[in-house]
Design a protein around this ligand. Structure first.
Ligand code: ASP
Length: 442
């Protein structure tokens, strides 16, 4: 029987009611046998996530301040969940142990208890085996997860187990210390479990019905992307789409397990399916899969007569950036012109130093620094087989009177990156959305 690994985020498990919804989803499909829960998240916008409450307790404990009241609040949240689920189940023993160890077992141990306790409750509620992630997710002593060791432990421990709950976010180091991934890391645990079990799909249940074509704060009611490839997602994530923890992609991507982003509050929605690049033929509905944008770049523009015949010019320019530790994001060029696009934060305060180093290194005829550049990525595997996409992008920008500062098309023909003034970014996203998406909606 094939297996589906289901990971539920904090908002999907924030209280008893949400956990009931998650349990219904799990029970609705007998293949949903391995569950990776987050800690209880926010129930309402001003609420505090249990993970954050645990960090607060740890801060106080490590300063030898009294944290009883804060810990009491955490206990209360779990008690409410237990009674809301109508269970006869006690976590008193676990609470006492955590309270005792909180100051001495480290910050990551403290944070991990949110998932640990939630996992205990959910396993009991579902009647599934509880498997402590400390037994199966292996870290080195620097806090890096060890892939091979983790896969081996997971396979060994999960052998013969029909259904289990494995809390997300944490594991244990080789020397026995509890370690966590960075924030949002339960996504990574889910991916590792899916990989170890050769799952048919990794379902990631959250509070949105999938990945949207554009940021809903910019475009009103954007449509959901039904199918996206890992590569496309990477392009969009780089430009600010936040869908999954970055490290959650790799384990499943390498073996081609699809990820399905689903909405716990609307399980009837199909969500977004993230698939391997070569499985994506003919699956694109539209030329464009997503549009993302990011502000906060500088453009450093250089012009020099006969630049094209000066050997080493680009290398010398790049050396200046490398020596100053500035990451180069894009480098559009002409015959006698070269622009470097870099993160404004990395340059701020060092503008003069950078310009004089460039003057010294390559002695350009013109050298200027243009602040407030935004980059816009138009991403879509459908572009490869559609002619005239670039023309449509630029026609729609021209129509909206948006000045294009830079154009960069990746060789994969998967994306077109356009530089515009920061204040034009939102308008640019909206007009491209209208041209490619709104026009296809009936
Ligand atoms: N509970 C952790 C956090 O809040 C991990 C997770 O939810 O994925 O970041």
């Amino acid at each position: 029987m094939s297996v589906k690994v289901v990971k539920f985020g904090g908002s999907s498990l924030a209280d008893a009611n949400q956990i009931k919804k998650a349990a219904e989803i799990i029970k609705a499909d007998p293949e949903r046998r391995f569950v990776v829960p987050s800690a209880p998240g926010k129930r309402f916008p001003e609420d505090v996530k249990v993970t954050d409450m645990l960090y607060t307790c740890y801060e106080k404990a490590s300063l030898r301040q009294n944290f009883d009241k804060d810990f009491e609040k955490i206990k209360q949240r779990y008690q409410e969940i237990i009674s809301g689920l109508g269970m006869q189940f006690s976590l008193e023993k676990e609470f006492a142990e955590i309270q005792e160890q909180l100051a001495t077992s480290g910050r990551e141990y403290a944070a991990s208890r949110g998932e640990f306790l939630n996992g205990k409750i959910i396993a009991e509620y579902l009647g599934f085996t509880f498997i402590d992630a400390a037994e199966v997710i292996v870290f080195d002593d620097e806090g890096m997860m060890l892939r091979k060791e983790t896969r081996a432990k997971l396979r060994e421990r999960l052998k013969g187990i029909h259904a289990a709950v494995i809390p997300g976010f944490y594991g244990k180091s080789l020397s026995g210390v509890v370690r966590t991934f960075s924030r949002g890391g339960s996504d990574v645990t889910g991916s590792l479990v899916a990989r170890a079990l050769h799952a048919s799909v990794y379902e990631n249940w959250t509070d949105v019905s999938g990945v949207l074509v554009a940021d809903p704060r910019v475009v009103e009611n954007p449509v959901v992307i039904p199918v996206i490839t890992y590569k496309e997602l990477r392009e969009l994530s780089y430009m600010g789409f936040s869908v999954l923890h970055e490290d959650a992609i790799f384990p499943v991507r390498t073996v081609g397990i699809p990820i399905n982003i689903r909405n716990t509050n609307k399980p009837e929605d199909a969500g977004t399916l993230i698939i391997a690049d070569n499985d994506a033929e003919e699956t694109s509905l539209r030329t464009i899969t997503g549009i993302a944008g990011k502000k906060g770049f500088y453009a450093i523009n250089m012009e020099k007569a006969m630049m094209n015949s000066e050997v080493g010019f680009v290398r010398d320019v790049l050396n200046v950036f490398a020596d100053m530790g500035i990451l180069v994001e894009h480098m559009p060029s002409g015959i006698d012109t070269l622009s470097i696009i870099a993160d404004a934060e990395a340059i701020r305060g060092k503008e003069e130093q950078l310009l004089s180093a460039l003057r010294k290194a390559v002695n350009p005829d013109v050298l200027e620094l243009e602040p407030d550049i935004a980059l816009l990525a138009v991403v879509g595997r459908g572009m490869r087989k559609t002619r005239g996409t670039a023309a449509r992008i630029f026609a729609s920008l021209a129509h909206a009177r948006i000045n294009v500062k830079m154009i960069d098309q990746g060789s994969s023909e998967l994306n077109v990156i356009v530089g515009v003034n920061g204040h034009d970014l939102h308008q640019a996203i909206r007009c491209i959305y209208d041209a490619f998406v709104s026009s296809t909606l009936v």
